[in-house]
Design a protein around this ligand. Structure first.
Ligand SMILES: [Zn+2]
Length: 252
């Protein structure tokens, strides 16, 4: 008898397997053959998924690929990915990215075309949550039952100083704590993607670090605390939270 697999996120009967993170983030060998002979799609992780929680079915995978790979400051693999697969995707669907302005940055001997784009934060956060839940399912063999909060320097906006500041400070706190996790980063294609779970702390909170193209980091805070436990802890640790984030958590 065949056993019906359940979706990594909601537990509904699965209709397909979902790559985690999406397969399109990993360059195809044909795009790199002039540069380097390397397989960037070694042992990709898949999890069972329903249609609603499959990023490929919603096209969110392509949006995520464009936003992550074309970000300035990534490694050379991301640069090549941007000029091959990402470029083809944008040519096929020009309206997928909302370009605010274009400019050229000149250094002593090179010119870099740069675009400032408006990123759909909620769409990206949904994708990162899906990746976190899928990796959790893959790691622990069950659905994650709790809340996810996404923190990253990627969520930068000049008009939203408080949320930008919140993201920067939360990242700094997590990075200070990371050496004490005593866990190793995992991922068989480290130029493209690695992930690292922290142990779960006594407050039933665990942090997951996602690293794309060696430079772009996203943290997902996975909390299994109930609403009552959360309220209690907020009260208990109010003094610490006030010191770390007090100025930016105040309403305007
Ligand atoms: Zn589902």
């Amino acid at each position: 008898m065949e056993i019906q697999e359940c979706c990594y996120w909601c537990g509904a009967p699965a209709t397909s397997r979902e790559h985690v993170p999406p397969k399109c983030l990993f360059p195809e060998s044909k795009d790199f053959k002039d540069l380097i002979q390397k397989d960037f799609r070694k042992n990709l992780i898949t999890v069972p998924s329903c249609d609603a929680h499959n990023l490929r079915k919603s096209n969110d995978d392509e949006y995520l690929m464009i936003c992550l790979a074309s970000r300035a400051g990534n490694n050379v693999e991301a640069y090549y990915h941007t000029y091959t697969k990402v470029r083809r995707a944008r040519e096929r669907n020009p309206s997928i990215i909302d370009v605010e302005s274009e400019t050229v940055i000149e250094t002593t001997n090179t010119k870099f075309p740069v675009q400032w784009v408006n990123v759909d934060t909620f769409r990206l956060q949904h994708s990162f949550e899906a990746i976190a839940r899928a990796l959790y399912f893959n790691e622990f063999g069950k659905q994650f039952e709790g809340k996810c909060q996404i923190v990253s320097r990627l969520f930068f906006h000049p008009d939203a100083t408080k949320s930008t500041q919140f993201n920067i400070r939360a990242c700094e706190m997590i990075e200070l704590e990371m050496p004490s996790w005593k866990t190793e980063p995992k991922g068989e294609n480290p130029e493209i993607f690695t992930y690292q779970f922290s142990p779960e702390d006594p407050m039933k909170v665990r942090t997951l670090c996602l690293t794309f193209y060696e430079k772009t980091r996203i943290y997902v805070i996975l909390s299994r605390m109930t609403a009552e436990e959360l309220a209690f802890q907020r009260k208990k640790h109010k003094a610490i939270v006030d010191i770390a984030f007090g100025d930016i958590l105040q309403p305007d």
